[in-house]
Ligand binder design. Structure first.
Ligand code: IPE
Ligand code: IPE
Ligand code: MG
Length: 241
């Protein structure tokens, strides 16, 4: 634990070892409903806020950010809402290449949302590969589905090699969508809910959690500071003393 009094947040990030922060960006729909607007209005505001928050995390020295944009279960929503989210996504991809220093990775089954979307996501990944700051966008993502695809690909590779050794934890980690990223140190959920909703099931084993009552479009950079300082005050033990 570190003494946080009067320390700028960039130093708190550095001293606390906070490398990877993940956001469950929840509450867009309720935010819009409270304003007498359709849910799509909330998603538009949420998408705008996502850009602000991601840029801020980069600015304060976080190396990797993961955001939950669309879960494998979200496809159950009304067609109109799903289409509005996909339109926002496609518009964002078109401008995202100009986000300075950001390397984009889409984690989840982007092609499952259609060939067009899958190809656009893959294109952005290719164009931004090798940039210093990693942004994982969880799209058509489920933590369980991620583990299942990892195990299937792993078994296939082992079979091809004639490798009959038992599967290890490291093997599975290496086949996850997030391979190469440090595990999330901190997971923030907005929207006044306290659950994981099938997010980063494997990777969250020792993550710290921070819950905000604010709906995602209202979540600010000051709220990020609050979460970072909360994180830095935690005593992480990983099962030790
Ligand atoms: C999160 O906000 C964004 C997505 C799931 C796409 P919600 O749309 O879940 O908003 P609430 O939780 O219904 O308010
Ligand atoms: C989690 O939010 C998924 C995203 C933020 C993209 P949901 O709104 O889908 O989660 P539940 O249904 O409240 O658990
Ligand atoms: Mg929700």
């Amino acid at each position: 634990m570190i003494d946080l009094t009067n320390i700028p947040v960039t130093e708190v990030v550095e001293k606390s070892g906070l490398r990877h922060i993940a956001f469950i960006m929840d509450g867009n729909g309720r935010w819009a409903t409270a304003k007498g607007q359709p849910r799509e209005f909330g998603h538009r505001a949420g998408a705008a806020n996502f850009k602000t928050i991601v840029r801020y995390c980069k600015k304060i020295g976080i190396e990797c950010c993961t955001v939950y944009a669309f879960s494998t279960e979200n496809i159950k929503r009304p067609k109109r809402e799903v289409e509005a989210i996909m339109t926002l996504l496609v518009n964002y991809i078109a401008e995202a290449v100009d986000e300075k220093d950001i390397e984009f990775r889409f984690i989840g089954d982007a092609y499952g949302l259609g060939e067009n979307i899958g190809r656009k996501c893959a294109g952005l990944e290719k164009e931004t590969a090798g940039r210093p700051y990693r942004l994982n966008i969880a799209l058509n993502y489920g933590g369980r589905a991620e583990i299942v695809q990892a195990v299937n690909r792993l078994m296939q590779d082992k079979l091809l090699r004639g490798d009959k050794t038992p599967v290890t934890e490291d093997d599975i980690s290496a086949y996850l969508y997030t391979a190469g990223c440090p595990e999330p140190d901190l997971i923030v959920r907005t929207g006044n809910e306290q659950r994981i909703s099938n997010f980063l099931t494997w990777q969250s084993t020792y993550s710290e959690f921070h819950f905000s009552q604010k709906m995602w479009p209202d979540y600010t950079t000051d709220d990020v500071d609050l979460a970072v300082r909360d994180f830095a005050g935690r005593g992480r033990r990983w099962g030790g003393v």
